[in-house]
Design a protein around this ligand. Structure first.
Ligand code: GAF
Length: 382
């Protein structure tokens, strides 16, 4: 893929590019907790976006996407939200410009193998790869957390998804075979080895892409904020759901809708599950960890209502299989992948079983990715 991107770049733009690899992510546990100031446990993976990129000495930016053979151009003096994937590039440029950084024109080829809309955060990979590339080419000296914030804000202002910081953080901070416990309030983080040679992380793609995912995502965020506001009347110390507990939520139950109650109940429980899950991981107790993954899925499905019949089916099937320690839907929801912790010796058998059962039920074959945990966005020197 790297060679393909480089050759494509040279053919289009006639100079040698810088190569940047920018990974997708998994999240073991802690879903919809990041924008509630809670905890997440993500890792960067082997699926990635590749940039071949160089400055071009003009005010124009040219990008060619290898995945759909589409070429886009924009002017650095005319950066504003539009439609399509160019938004992710322009959003990053806009954030850099807003910080007073003198972004120069560039040419790039964007290639990669992160399935789009599968919940592995291809958009954060596009953002993180570009911000790291421009930082390197122009010597801005941004630190990785600042780059993550730039990606997050680009996502808020251009595509318009009011995401938390998990995806951009994971993309830029990943380390081989390490998961990261991130406190989304303080932005402190700790690496923990994911050292389970007898298990594989298997992603099953429901092949469902829900067109309402972005608007529903933003709605969930507003519902959480409404819950916080209601609790603040009694508990002024509640600045986000991170500060709340079930006693506080029960105290305001009669003043909020059932929907707001359910959303908050899920997030409060999920924030509390993550440090517990992390301790289990450190103790090597993957089976107990897996039970927490199932609990997360249950909450995402019944209380947060971001699952769909296809994801529920995949998790229900996983639960019947002794070789699976745990499974749940992953990411924002309304489609995309489930994450499954599967005994290495039974992975092939498990995939065959899942694909055939799913095909019988929904008439399509789920793509399956056996992933590895890899480094975050990297500037390649060759
Ligand atoms: C998406 C968002 F981009 C993340 O910030 C996070 O909220 C996730 O959904 C749900 O945990 O990937």
């Amino acid at each position: 893929m790297i060679n393909r991107a480089r050759e494509q770049f040279i053919a289009l733009y006639h100079q040698q590019p810088l190569i940047v690899t920018s990974p997708g992510r998994i999240n073991l546990i802690g879903e919809h907790t990041d924008y509630n100031n809670g905890f997440v446990l993500p890792a960067a993976i082997d699926k990635k976006i590749i940039y071949a990129i160089a400055l071009n000495g003009t005010d124009q930016c040219h990008a060619f996407a290898a995945f759909n053979k589409e070429a886009v151009t924009f002017d650095l003096k005319d950066v504003k939200p539009t439609r399509g994937w160019i938004n992710y590039l322009m959003g990053v440029v806009d954030q850099l410009q807003k910080r007073g950084l003198p972004v120069a024109g560039f040419d790039c080829v964007v290639d990669g193998d992160i399935p789009i809309g599968a919940g592995m955060s291809s958009s954060a990979a596009v953002e993180g790869g570009l911000v790291a590339a421009l930082d390197h080419l122009m010597g801005f000296g941004l630190d990785r957390m600042e780059m993550a914030r730039i990606g997050q804000l680009a996502e808020h202002t251009f595509p318009g998804v009011k995401c938390g910081i998990m995806d951009q953080f994971a993309n830029l901070h990943g380390k081989k075979d390490q998961v990261m416990l991130l406190d989304c309030r303080s932005l402190d983080y700790t690496y923990y080895p994911f050292d389970f040679p007898d298990y594989k992380v298997v992603l099953c793609n429901s092949m469902v892409h829900h067109s309402l995912a972005s608007s529903e995502y933003n709605t969930r965020r507003q519902q959480c904020e409404a819950g916080v506001k209601a609790m603040q009347a009694l508990y002024p110390q509640v600045q986000s759901l991170r500060d709340a507990d079930m006693t506080m939520l029960e105290a305001v139950k009669d003043h909020i809708s059932e929907v707001i109650y359910k959303r908050c109940a899920f997030v409060i429980a999920e924030i509390e599950r993550v440090p517990r899950a992390c301790t289990l991981l450190q103790q090597g107790d993957l089976n107990s960890f897996g039970q927490l993954m199932y609990a997360t899925h249950e909450g995402l499905s019944k209380l947060y209502e971001v699952s769909c019949p296809e994801l529920d089916y995949l998790v229900t099937l996983a639960r019947t299989r002794p070789e699976v320690a745990g499974a749940r839907m992953m990411g924002g929801g309304f489609g995309g992948c489930t994450i499954n912790l599967v005994q290495s010796s039974h992975v092939t058998e498990y995939i065959t079983y899942m694909q055939s059962a799913y095909q019988q039920q929904f008439g399509k074959v789920p793509e399956v990715y056996v992933t590895t945990i890899e480094a975050g966005t990297s500037i390649n020197s060759y």
